[in-house]
Design a protein around this ligand. Structure first.
Ligand SMILES: NC(=O)c1ccc[n+]([C@@H]2O[C@H](COP(=O)([O-])OP(=O)(O)OC[C@H]3O[C@@H](n4cnc5c(N)ncnc54)[C@H](O)[C@@H]3O)[C@@H](O)[C@H]2O)c1
Ligand SMILES: [Zn+2]
Length: 394
């Protein structure tokens, strides 16, 4: 399945080994394969396919991936391997793994010998739907996420659906956070498709969700490859999300942080009167159905506010947000005062009424919200919410 719109091919391949050859047609030179060690078997198959396409593979390097791998030491190790193998400018790096692997390997490709070609082979839902597309590469800095990086477009993206066979169940949900984000940014029917996904993952139904999210991302990146304007929309949920990751020292999965950040953006937008309650409820329901969190109980509001100081989208010390205005439309660059961010964005336990029956709740919200403020409620449990609302109806 092809995702269109970008100047390089983006393919969702059932088996990347069968599809990777086309990324090398006429390329010549050599290749260097770098993979997440959890997908080493897939990397072996892909390496053989590259060799069958007549390209010499200098070596295969496997790494323990994950957020902690997005640091200078990993980039150094990649440089060392490339130098040891004598990789020159004709070498193409093939990066096989999730978003952390493609981010760090892509950054090494962007900077080794002032830039060598690379091919991204994403192996997680999140990387297929989002991270591997668009040429943003980079690593984290102790002061903030993705602070060091480069725009470096891959020669091709070949998502390997076959690798999803080993992806742990929670990682499927993690990837949905970015897909929900993409739906809220620009594709309402995608949200329907996400809500209809079977609980037990199967590639058949997930393929179209991955493709839908990837297409939203590709369309935006095609119009704004260097993040000069419209691409900022993709930051929906990431302002508070990145601050949360920073506050938790990157020990929270990126998709979880994005889910919490999506809700925070929704709450701020509600406070500013920009986002209808029904749309907020619908977004929360999608997050809850995906088994993603909406609230970070073990992190203080102060720690998240502190993390916001290093947000890349900050200008003149002011916090700027991408806020949803309806499912399928967001507004970027909205300046929000810190007290509003603190009160509505980062310090809000889920309200029992916040989920499904918000319109009804809005009329009685004073009493109900006060009564249940401290009680955590699993959002999306319609029956619980409805029962509580009924109990409190005048
Ligand atoms: N560059 C961008 O535009 C962009 C966009 C969105 C997110 N990101 C980045 O992506 C990263 C998150 O990506 P992620 O969620 O893919 O994380 P990840 O790379 O850490 O992968 C998640 C986990 O799954 C494992 N894994 C990967 N593929 C597997 C497979 N097929 N089978 C079994 N295990 C597998 C990994 O080892 C890891 O433990 C974050 O660092 C985020 O900042 C980048
Ligand atoms: Zn993200």
């Amino acid at each position: 399945m092809a995702i269109g719109g970008l100047p390089y091919p983006v393919t969702l391949a059932d088996d990347a080994a069968a599809a990777i050859g086309s990324a090398f047609s006429g390329a010549g030179g050599s290749a260097f394969v770098i993979c997440d060690k959890r997908v080493r078997a897939r990397a072996t198959a892909i390496r053989r396919a590259i060799e069958s396409a007549g390209v010499r593979v200098l070596g295969v390097m496997s790494l323990e991936a994950g957020e902690k791998a997005k640091r200078p030491a990993t980039v150094e190790r990649i440089y060392e391997s490339l130098l040891d193998l004598g990789a020159d400018r004709t070498c193409t790096m093939v990066a096989i793994g999730g978003g952390t692997l493609t981010d760090v390997a892509g950054f090494a490709a962007a900077t080794y010998l002032r830039g060598i070609a690379w091919v991204a082979v994403p192996t997680t839902i999140l990387a297929m739907a989002d991270a591997a597309i668009g040429g943003k590469t980079g690593i984290d800095h102790p002061r903030g996420k993705n602070l060091i990086g480069a725009f470096w477009q891959p020669r091709a993206v070949v998502a390997d659906l076959a690798s999803l066979g080993t992806l742990p169940l929670p990682e499927w949900a993690t990837g949905l956070a970015e897909a929900i984000k993409c739906a809220v940014i620009g594709d309402p029917p995608l949200l329907d498709a996400i809500e209809r996904l079977p609980q037990r993952p199967d590639i058949g139904s997930w393929r179209s969700v991955i493709a839908g999210a990837a297409q939203v991302k590709a369309n935006i990146v095609a119009r704004d490859p260097k993040d000069a304007g419209e691409r900022a929309a993709l930051n929906l949920g990431h302002t508070v999300g990145h601050a949360l990751e920073h506050a938790r020292r990157y020990r929270v999965p990126h998709g979880h942080a994005v889910a919490v950040g999506l809700r925070a953006a929704g709450l701020i937008s509600r406070r500013l009167g920009l986002w209808p309650p029904a749309d907020h409820a619908r977004m929360l329901e999608a997050i809850a159905r995906a088994n993603l969190p909406t609230f970070a109980a073990r992190v203080s509001a102060g720690a998240i506010m502190d993390g916001l100081r290093h947000d890349k989208k900050r200008l003149d010390g002011k916090l700027r947000f991408v806020l949803p205005v309806r499912i399928g439309e967001v507004r970027a660059g909205i300046e929000v005062d810190r007290p509003i961010v603190r009160q509505h964005g980062v310090n809000q336990r889920p309200e029992p009424c916040e989920g499904l029956v918000v319109d009804m709740c809005d009329r009685i919200i004073g009493k109900v919200a006060a009564a249940h403020h401290e009680r955590p409620v699993h959002l999306g449990h319609e029956k619980v919410v409805e029962r509580r609302v009924r109990q409190h109806q005048p």
